[in-house]
Write a protein that binds this ligand. Structure first.
Ligand code: RIB
Ligand code: CA
Length: 310
C-alpha cells in the first residue's frame, strides 16, 4: 500500500463534518495531521467544541485541533441551526469533551504544516473557506507548496441556500474566490455529487450496529441529520457531503470527475456565492469537479473507518 496521504481537515462540525473526521481518522490510507475549525454551521466556539467532542468519542487524543476564523472575511456570519441544531451537533446526548484545542490560529497551523513538508500535505476543506483564504493571503506560497486542495462546497447545478449558492460558498464568497483563484490543484466536491451520497437507513443501521461508542454516536448523528434533511431539504436520506471530500483523497476511484474552470460570484444580487463552472477538455485547467460517486463503495469505506476506530 502507498504511504498514507497526509491531510489537514478544515471543517465546521456539523454532522457531515463529524463523519468526515471519522473517515479521515479511521481509514489507513489517510494520515490526519490535524483538524482546523471555522465558523459556518455554527459559531467557531461551537464548531471547535464539536470537533473536540468527535475526537473524544473517536479516541483522537493526539490529533491537533486548532480553532480558526469566527466570521467570514467581509460578511456577517450565517449559521445553520435548522440543519445541525443549536449545538451544531445535535442528536447524541450532550457530552463534555476531554480533547481540548491547541493554542494558536488555524491559518497559522495550515501554513506551518504545509510549508514544513512541500508537496506532501493535502488540505481538505469542508466548511466556509475563510481559514484557507486567510492562510493564502498570509503565505501566498501555500498554493504552490500544498500537494492539492479538495473542498466540499459549491455546485455546477442548483445551490442549497439559494438557487445559485451552496452553503459553504454562500457564507464566505470572498474567501472562496481567493481559494479558487489560487494556483493549486483544486477538486470541488459540490452538491451535484454529494447529493448522490445520501445515507440510506440501512447504512445508518450498519453504523449503529458496530456497537462501539463511536458507532452509536455516529448513528445518533445520522438520525438527527436525517430528521432535519427531511424537514428542511425534503430529502429522505441525508447526504454525507463532507465525507465525500475526504473519500476522494482516500480513493479517487470512488468518484467521477471532469476538468473545469470555476470562478466564484461575489457581487450578484441573486447569485452571490455561485460557483460558475465551465467544463473544459484537455489538461489546461487546475480544477476538477466531482460529477459521480460509487455510493455503495463510499459507504463501505465509511463504515469500515468507523469500525476501525473501535
Ligand atoms: O452545503 C453543505 C455543506 O455546508 C456541508 O459542508 C455542511 O457541513 C455545511 O457546512
Ligand atoms: Ca461542513
Amino acid at each position: 500500500m502507498a504511504a498514507p496521504r497526509r491531510i489537514i481537515l478544515d471543517c465546521d462540525p456539523g454532522h457531515d463534518d463529524a463523519l468526515a473526521v471519522m473517515l479521515a481518522a479511521g481509514d489507513p490510507r489517510v494520515d490526519l495531521v490535524g483538524i482546523t475549525t471555522v465558523a459556518g454551521n455554527q459559531t467557531v466556539e461551537k464548531t471547535t467544541r464539536n470537533a473536540c467532542a468527535v475526537a473524544t468519542v473517536a479516541g483522537l487524543s493526539l490529533t491537533p485541533i486548532v480553532r480558526g476564523a469566527d466570521r467570514p472575511l467581509l460578511r456577517p456570519l450565517r449559521i445553520a441551526p435548522d440543519i445541525h441544531g443549536a449545538s451544531g451537533l445535535d442528536g447524541p446526548p450532550p457530552l463534555t469533551p476531554t480533547v481540548v484545542p491547541r493554542p494558536g490560529h488555524a491559518c497559522d497551523f495550515l501554513i506551518e504544516q504545509v510549508m514544513a513538508s512541500p508537496g506532501d500535505v493535502t488540505i481538505v476543506a469542508t466548511g466556509p473557506l475563510t481559514n484557507v483564504a486567510l492562510a493564502l493571503m498570509r503565505e501566498p506560497a501555500l498554493a504552490e507548496t500544498a500537494r492539492e486542495i479538495v473542498i466540499m462546497g459549491g455546485a455546477y447545478g442548483r445551490g442549497n441556500v439559494t438557487p445559485a449558492a451552496e452553503f459553504n460558498i454562500y457564507v464566505d464568497p470572498e474567501a472562496a474566490s481567493v481559494v479558487f483563484g489560487a494556483p493549486w490543484r483544486l477538486t470541488m466536491m459540490g452538491l451535484d455529487v454529494t447529493h448522490q451520497a445520501a445515507c440510506p437507513e440501512e447504512v445508518q443501521e450498519r453504523i449503529t450496529a458496530i456497537g462501539s461508542p463511536l458507532g452509536i454516536f455516529a448513528g445518533q448523528l445520522l438520525e438527527f441529520f436525517r430528521s432535519t434533511y427531511r424537514r428542511e431539504q425534503r430529502m429522505d436520506d441525508p447526504p454525507v457531503h463532507d465525507a465525500c471530500a475526504v473519500a476522494y483523497v482516500v480513493d479517487p476511484d470512488l468518484f467521477g470527475t471532469r476538468p473545469a474552470r470555476v470562478v466564484v460570484e461575489t457581487t450578484g444580487t441573486h447569485t452571490s456565492g455561485m460557483t460558475v463552472t465551465e467544463f473544459v477538455e484537455g489538461g489546461d485547467s487546475r480544477h476538477d469537479v466531482g460529477i459521480s460517486v460509487r455510493r455503495d463503495a463510499l459507504f463501505d469505506v465509511l463504515v469500515e473507518a468507523i469500525a476501525a476506530l473501535g
